[in-house]
Design a protein around this ligand. Sequence first.
Ligand SMILES: Cc1cc2nc3c(=O)[nH]c(=O)nc-3n(C[C@H](O)[C@H](O)[C@H](O)COP(=O)(O)OP(=O)(O)OC[C@H]3O[C@@H](n4cnc5c(N)ncnc54)[C@H](O)[C@@H]3O)c2cc1C
Length: 578
Amino acid sequence: MLEVLICGAGPVGSFFANLMEQFGHTYRIIDSEPIEARLGQSRALLLTARTLEVMEDRDIAREILSRALLSRGIRLHSDTKQLTEVEMSGLDSTFHHMTTLPQWRIEEILHKRLSKKVERPVKLISYVQESDHVVAKLQHGDDTDNIEEVKAKFLIGADGVHSTVRKGTPGWNFDGVVINSPSVLADVTFTGDKLPDFRYFNFIDSKNGALILIPIPDNSGEKIITRMVVSLGALSETKDNEGKVSQGIKNDAPPTLEELQTLIDQRCGYFNMKAVNPQWIAKFGINERRANGFRRGRCFVMGDAAHCHSPAGGQGLNLGFQDANNLAWKISSVLKNTAENPEVLLDSYYEERYPIIDTTINGTGRMGRSVFQRTIFSSFMRSLVLPMALTIPSIHDKVGFTIQQLWITIPTSSALLAEKSASSIIEPGKYMPDSCTLNPKDIVNLPPQTIKSIFKKTDRYIALLVWNHAGDDDASAGFWNLLQTYKRFVRPIVVESKNYIGRYRVPQYARNNADGTNGFWCDTRGRLAELLGIEDNRAGIILVRPDMYVAFSESYDGQNEIPLESFERHLSSQVKSD
Ligand SMILES: Cc1cc2nc3c(=O)[nH]c(=O)nc-3n(C[C@H](O)[C@H](O)[C@H](O)COP(=O)(O)OP(=O)(O)OC[C@H]3O[C@@H](n4cnc5c(N)ncnc54)[C@H](O)[C@@H]3O)c2cc1C
């Protein structure tokens, strides 16, 4: 039987398919639209630092970055002058820049990496859940007689705001708020004798309304053009509990280039610019909605099918990618029968994602309203309070940190995390940071690597033992041997740090072991231990989930044998032993 049926080959479903492929599962991915419907529509375009970190963990980031445009940060202007700027260069991430790539390009990259083609136009029309599988009805093309029944262990609804998967289960709702004023976006080239600095995103707060300008690569990928966003009309909103979803591109005619130019002239402040060569102009509506649960039995929703909100801040697509990253390893673990408690694991998807999504929707909602509202108070906040606040380094840094989603951690309430203890080092729930390069003990066969490149594309938990003093061979062997009973879903790694006396050789006890070759590393400068918070003369054990969030951490004085009881207790509550 097919393991996973993915409904929707937008960016989120396509990323999920890539993850299923990396984890070695059978999948099909279908989309109701022919590919031509998406080509050239830039739609979402900001990739946050956290998304790029996730993509790097999955070995996809480089391909995205090779086509993307990197810019320095954000500048805010009034009618008459530049008010302030936020630079991204100080971000604590490998990806300390604003990164833009039109959504259809991202989809193209994700599709090309799949060994199976996206099946289109193939539409999910309905499904029924059985105890151990889902039976889905698919319509091929426009032919209502061309119906196929597919059985799959899991059904993934990455099918956008109008999700058939979500609507297919009674009571699976998508309530929220409709923002009544439509917005316009256009991908254009600007000419003129006084242009903003397009190494930045530029936000112009004129008395006639806001104008947002974002540098992006054009459709050919060769030139830099600009995504402009303007909102039309005064802000108002209506509650909707009847599923009248109006998020997305509107069918009514978008403004002409001349009409756009009038809007630009009214709002461009002290710049003098003319929009030419439009590649795409669209009107779009904004809703703020959340599904009441992201799981019903063997069916899941993710991305826009689960939540939608204002594109202000460019978070939507990024949230969707991170939904996929959160759920994929859980589904994989259940399919591989390595989860100690499959129900808890699958339920944790909603429990871990909802608080992050809720915070984001509230934050982007506030941001969208404050950008587009025309009240005296909001104007005062934008023109005086915000520029002053941004002169304070901690506030300046927090803006970049927030936009780039580096704040995202797994909520500590998650059943998958160990409680923080007095001896915790890097806290459970935090995203695993990258280190400087480590040398392999198997020096002949492997090059030096950073800790995250050692982890890359993992489909297992990583159990990391890091010594910050002379490693005790017996204790390392105890750790290694314990993990042999969990090896189907946990990969052990030992890093020896300062004061180490030894040789570049894999220890005898791990030489004939599949994980032995790349399981032993040296960090004589002790930088990894420092990064993880392991003090001098101590050792630490960190359990990292396949999505790279820390699940357990503890440090030990390490002079004696390491007590493994609490580590094993946590491990055995999550993962089946052989
Ligand atoms: C104009 C615009 C600008 C935006 N700007 C930004 C931005 O700057 N930053 C940002 O982060 N986000 C932005 N967004 C939001 C972003 O585009 C979405 O969050 C993102 O596309 C969500 O991806 P998804 O894969 O979840 O859904 P979608 O991209 O909607 O993909 C869903 C797919 O499912 C398919 N499908 C639907 N029903 C079925 C069915 N029954 N059977 C089979 N297939 C089906 C559809 O054809 C579609 O291909 C913008 C959106 C719009 C419309």
